[in-house]
Design a protein around this ligand. Structure first.
Ligand code: DQA
Length: 146
């Protein structure tokens, strides 16, 4: 069975408490539980990593090679700044879907740039927690034999 790694970056551990008017009231634990249930329906294995540290996220991406078949990444603010994370994804050559809870294109101009989108299959943003499930659907189309 194909395995997907869902990686969440800085401040996403605070979901549920953090700016609920922007990010909603769902916690990261809730999102991970709904991803686990959805992945099982789709026939995917799933694992999760959250870190507030850029290097730890890069290490997790490197470790995914040979262990996971694809990545779902919400890199938080590193999306808009980290060439290193972009390079890490390019280096492991795993298909990756970029997710954001909020519609980054409707927010401040500095959020309109995503280095990660340059190495993503596609970007899903603005649909809240459902975006993670949409990313799994997109990856299942590629990974799960019909
Ligand atoms: C975010 C959007 C980013 O701009 C922000 O820095 C985050 C969360 C989102 O999920 O909407 O931390 O990635």
């Amino acid at each position: 069975m194909s395995s997907v790694l869902v990686l969440n970056g800085p401040n996403l551990n605070l979901l549920g408490q953090r700016q609920p008017e922007v990010y909603g009231s769902t916690t990261l634990a809730d999102i991970e539980a709904s991803c686990t249930a959805h992945a099982s329906k789709l026939g995917l294995e799933i694992s999760f990593v959250q870190s507030n540290h850029e290097g730890a996220l890069i290490d997790a991406i490197h470790a995914a090679k040979g262990t996971h078949a694809a990545l779902v990444i919400n890199a938080g603010a590193y999306t808009h700044t980290s060439i290193a994370l972009m390079d890490a994804v390019a280096s492991v050559e795993l298909p990756m879907v970029e997710v954001h809870l909020s519609n980054i294109h409707a927010r401040q101009a500095f959020r309109h740039v995503s280095y990660l989108s340059k190495v993503a299959i596609g970007q899903i943003c603005g649909f809240g927690p459902r975006g993670y499930l949409m990313a799994l659907d997109a990856l299942a189309d590629r990974l799960v034999p019909s």
